[in-house]
Design a protein around this ligand. Sequence first.
Ligand SMILES: Nc1ncnc2c1ncn2[C@@H]1O[C@H](COP(=O)(O)OP(=O)(O)OP(=O)(O)O)[C@@H](O)[C@H]1O
Ligand SMILES: [Mg+2]
Length: 264
Amino acid sequence: MATTDDKPRGAGAVLRVEGLSVQYGALVALHDVSWSVAEDEILGIIGPNGAGKSSCFAAVTNAVRHGGNVFLDGGNVSSVKTFDLAGLGLRRTFQQNSFFGELTILQNAVASIFRDFSTDLATSLFAPWREIATSRHAEREAAQLLDFFGIPASYHHRLPGDIPYGVQRLLSVALAYGTGAKALLLDEPAAGLSGADMKKLAEVLINLRKRRLALVVIEHHMDLIMSIADRIVMIDQGAMLASGTPAEIQRHEGVREAYLGRDE
Ligand SMILES: Nc1ncnc2c1ncn2[C@@H]1O[C@H](COP(=O)(O)OP(=O)(O)OP(=O)(O)O)[C@@H](O)[C@H]1O
Ligand SMILES: [Mg+2]
């Protein structure tokens, strides 16, 4: 589909959610939340602790029972299982780092690439030489993946626990991205980061956007999200309080009261 510089919001949306709601027992964690994100766009999601941001990602990826609908490339994927959604190109990270602690950085990246290629059993059983060739190929791809995410070769043969925390955060995003994604949901990628590490993460996210990815980023660091997001959605107590450009969000009276005023 042709896009223009002044495309209307939501036009050509890669990922669109409509009326999402999540309930844990009697607690309504999310109520009637709708947003969309197009390729080559970063949508920020902000809101105070407990606002329902992570629940929103859980609903989008069908990891929790939810109301409302999720559309990927225009198709309704509301009841597609989490694993299959990843196969369709909708992937996410979690607030906590997630990788295999006993595998090296490179092996972790290889694992994410194999996950995406999902080499089938028949290939490994009947054509082991092809499997080896694929492994070598995966290792090369893995090194390139790490390189794209700015993870130096000097770290590739170390364990995740032995590399700086800032690099661990980048690794989590790299592993979720794997061989590529259409829509990538990042839950507080900058948690615990500051200064140079945060700047590096911002650069990586902007480079990802250039790959025509649709990015949705939950973030508490206002400076970061205001500088990289094209649009921002603010969630408060499970409901959408506002949405707009970073400048509009910063001016929004309700947002200032609910969140910005209380931030660091
Ligand atoms: N699995 C669960 N079972 C019961 N309640 C939950 C569960 N997960 C989250 N909640 C509750 O739902 C509400 C929304 O939580 P959620 O984790 O979505 O918020 P959040 O905006 O991501 O917060 P934070 O900024 O602290 O990560 C909170 O009141 C939380 O305690
Ligand atoms: Mg959360």
